[in-house]
Design a protein around this ligand. Sequence first.
Ligand code: KG4
Ligand code: ZN
Length: 337
Amino acid sequence: MTEKKDIFILGIESSCDETSASIVKNGTEELATTISSQIDIHKDFGGVVPEIASRHHVKNITFILEECLEKAKMKMEDIDAIAITYGPGLIGSLLIGLEAAKTLSFLYNKLLIPVHHIAGHIYANSLVKELNFPLLAVVVSGGHTELIEMTDHFQFKKLGGTLDDAIGECYDKVARVMGLEYPGGPKLDKLALEGKITYKLPVPLKDDSYNFSFSGLKSAVINLVHNEEQRGNPLRNADLAASFQKVAVESITSKVRKAIKDKNIKNVILAGGVAANKILRASIQNLSDELNVQLSIPPMKYCTDNAAMIAAAGYYAYKNGRISNLNLNSKSQDTLN
Ligand code: KG4
Ligand code: ZN
């Protein structure tokens, strides 16, 4: 019997404000990851400035790639294929990673695997635990809030999503009006631990769909803050954070409950930056225990953008024959399929 050959995938991620490279073995074993985050650079602007982000990707990409290979003690010759985030994301940022991937693919004659950014967030979980189907991916990030059903590897079906703001975007905007620095999500999460649920906020979209809506909740918080300011009432920031979180997390949990029941789900996974949220993690954990389904929650380092998740997804895409040629282009928007 011939021995199974190990597959080494080099992942590259540059869709927003992180430049990252990673080498993953057989889709599950992270050998090395390098990452350069621009959070401190964009903080002063209250959000990511696309042109500035692109310039930093240009500055960092070569160094990030070299350092990753060095860390893994590998050469490009040892790599089987290059997985690249082709979209969705900021177009200028995406193009920097894509050009690097194409150059390496051309120079070293390596296969090029296009990876959807959300597939990456989902497959971050395969670095921790084997995925079990039918699976429900709860995708909660700065740009996405979606419930995705998977019946097998790379078989995605969107059950529902946000009709307006993404959950992370809502967290960041609410945090901003409360005076917290960008990105406000993690700071609001921390602050909520010190607060009590005392403010009454509207529960969004209590319907029978798998959809979400967060703009009404965001506006309700903004109006509440302005009204309290006008009345000269001091704002109890920690209480507001706790009250906001309760409503936001309950809104997600109720739709996840419905999907698990309707679709006979065996495995729930959290994916995306907001998967780092403590209350959401606890709420989905309780729900999974109650309904007796397997839950995979990525460790914090795999929640926010990184190339290990792209390399992991790339391995399964490679197994599915999802290979591209050098005509591959970046897409700022694209559905997961
Ligand atoms: O997945 P990600 O790194 O980027 C996108 O692809 O969007 O997600 C970033 C988002 C930001 O909105 C950030 O505030 C949010 O994830 N986030 C959190 C927490 N940690 C990160 N939101 C709530 N609680 C957290 N602990
Ligand atoms: Zn992301």
